[in-house]
Design a protein around this ligand. Structure first.
Ligand SMILES: [Zn+2]
Length: 234
């Protein structure tokens, strides 16, 4: 995967600032691989996550470091995941294209499916709306019992293991154990944002050192200008 220039990082960040988190991940993937531009939204979620892991490893390094609060006592619990190891584990088990549960068959959900379900204001629940979109065959309006939803959910999870990565966490203070979903796109975006802010700081430092005006230093877009001014006047 190719390296990004400073201006490409800034462009990506500006484009992503106003986007839904799902679309920020896709925007980064489009920059990483312009040939895949039109398709990334239609990749199964696990394939997208695998590409995001590769992107994170190539642009920002393989370590995903984060923290979360213990649900029991509020203690800050840190975790670290190796993006390359996670991607390699999934490669050993390539995803299936579809799953069958009883008389129902579904294709793997994509980012586009998730986005459509996220913006839909239907009365039906999000899982049902998602499965309706991904239905290949079987009854059109089955009774969506909890058992059926659970069985389909489990089948999809094993057919596309990287679609959701669960982290096993435990609290050093109170010994509580729980698990949480790892949102790879969020990690990628946090790095894009941190890199963009660092670049802007460096530009600001240069401008101060040489007495340039901000407009001479930056060809400013609206979002970049707002953050730049916020930093200058902080
Ligand atoms: Zn705790």
């Amino acid at each position: 995967m190719r390296e990004l220039s400073s201006s490409e990082i800034l462009e990506l960040w500006e484009r992503g600032v106003g986007l839904h988190p799902l679309d920020r991940g896709l925007a980064a993937l489009r920059v990483a691989d312009p040939h895949a531009s039109d398709e990334v939204a239609d990749w199964p979620v696990g394939r997208r996550n695998q590409a995001l892991l590769a992107l994170h490893a190539a642009w920002f390094g393989a370590r995903l470091q984060g923290w979360t609060a213990c649900p029991e006592c509020g203690e800050k619990v840190e975790f670290e995941v190796d993006a390359r190891q996670l991607a390699a584990a999934a490669e050993a088990e390539p995803p299936h294209d579809s799953v069958t549960v009883a008389e129902h068959a579904f294709r793997l959900p994509t980012s586009r499916d998730l986005a459509q379900v996220a913006v839909a204001r239907d009365v039906e629940s999000a899982p049902v709306a998602l499965l309706r979109r991904c239905r290949i065959s079987g009854p059109e309006n089955p009774e969506w019992t909890d058992e059926l939803l659970e069985a389909v959910g489990e089948s999809l999870a094993s057919a596309d293991p990287l679609a959701e990565t669960r982290l096993a966490l435990n609290c050093p203070a109170c010994r509580r154990e729980w698990d949480d979903a790892l949102d790879i796109g969020r990690f990628v975006w946090a790095e894009v944002e941190a890199r963009a802010r660092r670049i802007l700081w460096e530009v600001h430092a240069l401008a101060s050192a040489y007495g340039w005006s901000e407009s001479e230093t930056l060809a400013v877009g609206a979002a970049r200008r707002a953050i730049y001014l916020e930093m200058v006047h902080a």
